[in-house]
Design a protein around this ligand. Structure first.
Ligand code: NAD
Length: 393
């Protein structure tokens, strides 16, 4: 009965019983995943009776994969997600200094998941440093494959860096390297193609969700060809591909310098609906904006390639080793990522059911320990909190 999700003419085709891969995750992943899975199954059952259900399929990564296969990211995991398109994952640890590349980064690169999408909104009942946190409701589209994350750099004092500096000074007439003898050098590639696919996805997301404004956030005043290119290509793309929507007022494109964005999103958050950023700016902005609505621990995320359909929905926090195995972690980040997944599948009714239940639960002060301790209370366990959500369906 279970079927594969597939792409047809650029659109995701979702059967009534789609196969979806899950990676439980390390640390608190094990406390959180089973509860999230139960909530999602109950929401889908409630929204569509027996018409629809998810055929969950476990794929291995992280500590569990090492224990069972000796590898942290078995080839089979990648092959399965490549084939079945959609996956959801708990947090995976990155051992520091063991020469191991981050599993999260590996998954993003292997599947070319070019858009990191983070919808950030306020939930009543969540402690926030802002006076009016409810004014923040913005979806961040961060480019995920270019910029300094390409990892092209050379260490100070090496023969390679000397060669690059020599090339820059003698062949490119660069005279502005302040301390050439002790410089490390990094390269920032930003392409028209890479910028366009990210910005196109942000615009399509805005239109699908009846949001009018897409803001291009950049540092084009300083980096005229890379960051400035991102801005220029964004405007040109909008005029070329979305002329009708621009003309009839369904779409407005504007832009802002990255540092001013970080001011304005605090001072006038309701000016922003969907923002598109290059990779590094997006990295800073997504955590900063999530923190201003108290949502750093509960904000959801997804890494998506809208062209191939590949998408991995994930908790944005780490493995929280200090509370792992104690049934006290907050499941909201992974749960709200699951809501993004349901929306991506077009199963919006089930997602809306969960959102409403999360809103009511948090508003009633029914929260896990991380939020409760801020007001000196006990807090609910992960499983008790999850039951409170299911009770509201
Ligand atoms: P962390 O997010 O795991 O923990 C930071 C703090 O937040 C801790 O005090 C932790 O208890 C708390 N916290 C995190 N998630 C929570 C939750 N759901 N409920 C309640 N409290 C929560 O960050 P870290 O300690 O810097 O990283 C630990 C490991 O996780 C590292 O190996 C890191 O590489 C990895 N990591 C993975 C991801 C990911 O998979 N997306 C993201 C960040 C970090």
């Amino acid at each position: 009965m279970a079927d594969k999700i597939f792409m047809k003419e650029g659109l995701l085709q979702v059967p009534n019983h789609p196969i979806i891969s899950y990676i439980e995750g390390d640390g608190v992943g094990q406390d959180i995943w089973k509860n999230v899975q139960k909530i999602v199954d109950r929401a889908v059952a409630k929204a569509y009776a027996d018409e629809r259900s998810i055929a969950w399929q476990e794929v291995l990564a992280g500590e569990k994969a090492v224990a069972l296969t000796g590898q942290s990211l078995p080839a089979k995991t990648l092959e399965t997600i490549k084939e079945d398109l959609v996956a959801i994952k708990g947090p995976l640890g990155t051992p520091v200094g063991q020469g191991m590349r981050s599993l999260n980064v590996a998954l993003r690169q292997e599947l070319d998941l070019f858009a990191c999408v983070r919808p950030i909104r306020y939930f009543d009942g969540v402690p926030s440093p802002l006076k009016e946190p409810e004014k923040t409701s913005v979806t961040i589209f961060r480019e995920n494959t270019e910029d300094i994350y390409a990892g092209i750099e050379w260490e100070k004092g090496t023969a390679e860096v000397a060669k690059v500096i020599d090339f820059l000074q003698n062949e490119m007439s660069v005279s502005k390297i302040r301390f050439p003898e002790s410089s490390a050098i990094g390269i920032k590639p930003i392409s028209q193609e890479g910028s366009e696919r990210l910005i196109r996805s942000a615009i399509q997301y805005a239109l699908e969700n009846k949001l009018t404004t897409v803001t291009l956030v950049h540092k084009g005043n300083i980096q005229k060809f890379t960051e400035g290119g991102f801005r220029k290509w964004g405007y040109e793309l909008a005029e070329r591909e979305f002329a009708t929507e621009l003309a009839d007022g369904r779409l407005v494109i504007n832009d802002i310098i990255a540092d001013n964005f970080l001011q304005q999103i605090l001072l006038n958050p309701d000016k922003f609906q969907v923002v598109a950023l290059t990779n590094l700016n997006g990295d800073y902005a997504s955590d900063a904006v999530a923190a201003q609505v108290g949502g750093i621990g509960i904000s959801p995320g997804a890494n998506i390639n809208y062209t191939t359909g590949h998408a991995i929905f994930e908790a944005t926090h780490g493995t929280a080793p200090d509370i792992a195995g104690q049934n006290k972690a907050n499941p909201c980040s992974l749960l709200l990522s699951a809501v993004m997944m349901l929306d991506y599948l077009g199963w919006k009714e089930a997602g809306a059911l969960i959102i409403r239940a999360v809103e009511e639960t948090l508003k009633a002060g029914q929260v896990t320990a991380d939020f409760a301790q801020l007001t000196g209370q006990e807090g609910l366990s992960t499983s008790a909190f999850s039951e409170k959500i299911i009770d509201k369906f």
